[in-house]
Each structure stands twice: as structure tokens, then as C-alpha cells.
Design a protein around this ligand. Structure first.
Ligand SMILES: O=C1O[C@H](COP(=O)(O)O)[C@@H](O)[C@H](O)[C@H]1O
Length: 262
């Protein structure tokens, strides 16, 4: 495992470091291409992105939104207006706060019509529909499925994206985006990146903060035999650069890491 760990005492400093990584990754992508392909997660990452890309005026001034192509590493199968929507979180905390005249990114979302049907209400669980939602989202990926940067969270159980411990999706090698109907974390219906997409990325960065994450980070970094999803991402050997941006409370008592400052 060669994941780099960047640790800070203050949450704002974590956000600033994540913002600096995003800008560095953006500029690297634009040296050789016309767009910056980034995948975002939901959960606690929402507020980190708001601090990094909106509230921090220096970093915000460096974001070339019109060059961005935004994907979601996982998405809950709920209406966009739901508080559970990862897209809805990014829209509320970042997109809707951009100035009226600001360039806007191209954002790839799941097909909400498939989520709500004609009635506009969330329809019941239906594996074939969730498979269709995943398949359609997979079609929105770049043809080579290569993303420049994937920002991931790490749940208290070690899940990342919507890849949960012990789930068969950890072994999925064909579908780039698959679905889960029985997520152990609410809501139950989700789509998620699978490892073939993660393995193709140029760079992956986890963001994990708070003492509540220390126990799982102890396993992720301390147990070489751990099969936790976040640990398996650390173990990817396809050349993707994996890093962690944490606060000191999240790594309290965690062994097996050498801490840097970004
Ligand atoms: O359910 C989810 O959880 C993970 C981790 O969230 P966090 O709040 O513990 O950082 C998140 O990365 C993922 O996008 C989300 O669907």
C-alpha cells in the first residue's frame, strides 16, 4: 500500500488541501486535454467541496468550471430534490451558489425520469429498473472510462462509493457501474462505480474527518489482510495515485501511515 496521507488539525485546512489537489488535477488534465473529468462522492464531501471550491475565494478563482465534466462515484436512487441525493447535495452546496454569470460544469446525473416514473414520485424497488439506471449512467462515462480525479469518502464501516464490506460488487469486473438494492446504509437503492472504473483513474483522493473514522482507519491502514472496500482501493496497483486527506482526530492511534502536508 502506497497511499499518501495528508493530515491537518482543522477541517478548513483539510478542505483547502483538497481544493489545491483539485486545482492541480484540473490543470494537469487541461495540459493534455480539453476537459477535466472528475467524480464526486456525497456525504461529508459536500461541505468540503463548498469550503474548497466556493468559500475559499483564491481556490474558487482558479476553478475553470466550463472545462469540468462532473460524475458521481455513486448515487442514491431518489429524486434529485431528496436530501439523500448526492447530486442534490452538490447542487445545493456548490452549483446553486455560483454567481449567475459563472461558467457552469457539465454534470452527468442518473436519469431522474427512471427514478420517479411518470407520476413524479419515487417508485418501488425494481431490480430491472435499477439495472437500467446503472446501465444508462455507464453510457455517460468517457468512452475509455478514464477519469482524472475521483474524490471518495470512507464510511465508518469502510465502505466507499456504494461498495459495502463483503458485497458481491467488490468482485464485479464487467459492469463499470452497477446497482445495489439492499444497501446496509439508507437509502437502500443506489448505483455505484465498480473497481474497473476506480482502477482506470489518474488519481483518487479520500476525504475522512472526525474521531468516528479512526477505528475503521486503524483497520484500513493497520491490517494488510483487510478486505474493506476502502482498503481495497488503497491496494489498487494499476498506477492510480491514491491519497487521503484527513484531520488529526481521524488518524488518532492509526499506525502504518506516514503523514505529510500537501
Ligand atoms: O452513503 C454514502 O457514504 C459515503 C461516505 O460518506 P461520509 O459522510 O462518511 O463521508 C459517501 O462517500 C458516498 O458518496 C455516500 O453515498
Amino acid at each position: 500500500m502506497c497511499a499518501k496521507v495528508y493530515a491537518y488539525s482543522e477541517s478548513l485546512d483539510v478542505a483547502k488541501a483538497v481544493g489545491a489537489l483539485v486545482i492541480k488535477s484540473q490543470n494537469k488534465a487541461l495540459e493534455s486535454g480539453s476537459t477535466f473529468k472528475i467524480a464526486l462522492s456525497g456525504g461529508s464531501l459536500g461541505k468540503v467541496l463548498q469550503k474548497a471550491l466556493v468559500a475559499d475565494k483564491d481556490l474558487a478563482s482558479q476553478v475553470k468550471w466550463d472545462k469540468w465534466e462532473v460524475y458521481f462515484s455513486d448515487e442514491r436512487i431518489v429524486p434529485f430534490a431528496s436530501e439523500d441525493s448526492n447530486y442534490g447535495l452538490f447542487k445545493n452546496l456548490v452549483l446553486d451558489t455560483l454567481p449567475e454569470n459563472s461558467p457552469k460544469p457539465k454534470v452527468y446525473t442518473i436519469d431522474e425520469d427512471l427514478v420517479t416514473g411518470k407520476g413524479g414520485q419515487l417508485e418501488g424497488a425494481d431490480a430491472s429498473k435499477d439495472q437500467e439506471i446503472a446501465a444508462r449512467y455507464q453510457k455517460s462515462l468517457p468512452s475509455d472510462a478514464k477519469l482524472d480525479l475521483i474524490l471518495l469518502g470512507c464510511g465508518p464501516d469502510g465502505h466507499t462509493c456504494s461498495l459495502f464490506p463483503g458485497h458481491k460488487l467488490l468482485q464485479e469486473r464487467t459492469e463499470l457501474i452497477s446497482y445495489i438494492s439492499d444497501s446496509p446504509k439508507q437509502p437502500p437503492r443506489r448505483i455505484t462505480f465498480t473497481f474497473p472504473v476506480l482502477e482506470k483513474a489518474d488519481s483518487i483522493a479520500f476525504v475522512a474527518e472526525g474521531a468516528g473514522k479512526a477505528p475503521i482507519l486503524k483497520e484500513i491502514f493497520g491490517d494488510k489482510n483487510s478486505q474493506l472496500p476502502s482498503k481495497l482501493v488503497n491496494d489498487i496497483t494499476t498506477g492510480v495515485a491514491v491519497s487521503w486527506f484527513v484531520d488529526h482526530s481521524a488518524i488518532e492511534g492509526v499506525e502504518g501511515i506516514s503523514v505529510s502536508k500537501y
